[in-house]
Design a protein around this ligand. Structure first.
Ligand SMILES: Cc1ncc(COP(=O)(O)O)c(C=O)c1O
Length: 387
């Protein structure tokens, strides 16, 4: 006997990486040395201060009980300090911040908070898959807005205006953009905030890459005048602080938005382990030099990653931000799907196909910089070896 599933469970597809990484593990279990440059899983360590704070806190009596639903004050104060120093944005740690178990869960909480069945959500035609998947799970209708490749993957605001109806509730935005590596700019954020005001829609900005290989000072969308009325921002320690497995992110927004999301979230989980929060607060005090040293390591991997893409005869921009390179396939390669499987099973190199970020990505691939450069060079030599 099989108990029937909800419609959403039948419609939703398992996350691409959840399936593909199982294949990678099977190959590894069979003794193959698979070089994984598909996923953005930082290989470097959190700072020493972070790890010391984690262990010290874990030994405190009382550290192992339930914690507050809205995070400990020390973490919210550390996030507010980080926003002030990094982006020049002032946030009230008491009312304008909500720590999250990774920013990914924030996408679900925002969708549950703002979307009714049949409401419309605008997502970038290339973007993090969860915006689309979660909108669909809550019964919203997803419309894609185009990104103009010849204008460094910026939204086309005229087209966006045509897509908006009285049922549009959320626009998802993400700059520095994943997967294309297009940077953020103040002009873009000002345009987006104006648009959200004009059309009375909530702008959900997702900002996990602002500190990775950024060419200019990092920007928060909340630095734009009037942003807090119509915009919220998700941020994450996964990439910027090498803490992806810790699952720590946050929502920054005006009090009414935070309060509403907390109402939903407090029915879903019961706070975060104290030691994680204490250590995250310590990590947020990492110096500019600490971040610069990690960026120098990513920078040092670019040459190998470029050589990898050159060996595949891909074309790509050299000024991408974030921890990936987005590249277009040459005409003679039939499909990203076939290429990814060919590389995985014949060369034991895993890369991400562009279509997982939207159909527009069909003829693109994404490679990650989260591997020591020697491994990326090894992947290059596997490509260039005969056979
Ligand atoms: C654009 C984007 N948003 C959100 C996330 C989720 O990050 P977190 O680890 O904080 O859940 C990722 C992770 O890859 C991402 O690329």
């Amino acid at each position: 006997m099989i108990i029937p599933l909800a419609h959403r469970a039948n419609q939703a597809q398992e996350y691409y990486f959840s399936i593909k990484l199982a294949e990678v593990r099977t190959l590894q279990a069979a003794g193959h040395d698979v070089i994984n440059i598909g996923i953005g899983n930082p290989d470097m360590m959190p700072s020493d201060a972070t790890l010391k704070a984690l262990t010290q806190s874990a030994y405190q009596p009382g550290a192992h009980g339930y914690q507050s639903y809205k995070g400990i004050p020390a973490l919210r104060q550390a996030i507010a300090g980080f926003y002030q120093r990094t982006y020049g944005v002032t946030l009230d740690p008491e009312t304008e911040l909500l720590p999250l178990i990774g920013s990914k869960e924030g996408i679900t909480h925002l969708s549950l908070t703002f979307l009714n069945e049949g409401d419309e959500v605008l997502v970038p035609e290339l973007g993090y898959p969860a915006y689309r998947a979660v909108s669909q799970m809550v019964g919203a209708k997803v419309l894609e807005y185009s990104l103009q490749e010849d204008n460094n993957w910026q939204p086309d605001w005229a087209q966006m205006a045509e897509l908006v109806t009285e049922r549009t509730r959320i626009i998802w935005l993400n700059y520095p953009h994943m997967p294309t590596g297009a940077p953020a700019s103040k002009a873009l954020f000002e345009r987006a905030v104006r648009f959200a005001h004009d059309h009375r829609v909530l702008l959900c900005h997702d900002n996990p890459y602002s500190l990775i290989l950024n060419k200019k000072a990092p920007i928060s969308l909340l630095s734009v005048d009037g942003a807090k009325d119509v915009a919220v921002e998700l941020n994450s320690m996964s990439k910027s602080h090498n803490m992806a497995g810790w699952r720590i992110g946050w929502l920054a927004a005006a009090k009414p938005y935070i309060d509403s999301v907390l109402t939903i979230k407090s029915n879903v989980d019961s706070g975060m382990f104290l030691a994680l929060q204490t250590a995250a607060a310590a990590a947020l005090a990492n110096t500019d030099e600490w971040h610069a040293e990690r960026n120098a390591v990513y920078e040092g991997r670019l040459e190998a990653a470029y050589a990898f893409l050159d060996a595949l005869q891909c074309t790509y921009a050299r000024d991408q931000e974030g921890m990936f390179l987005w590249a277009k396939l040459p005409e003679h390669i039939q499909s990203a799907d076939a290429l990814v499987d060919d590389l995985l099973y014949n060369k034991h190199v895993f890369i991400a196909p562009g279509f997982i970020f939207g159909p527009k990505g069909n003829r693109y691939i994404r490679v990650s910089l989260c591997m020591p450069k020697e491994h990326i060079w090894e992947a290059v030599s596997r490509l260039t070896a005969n056979g």
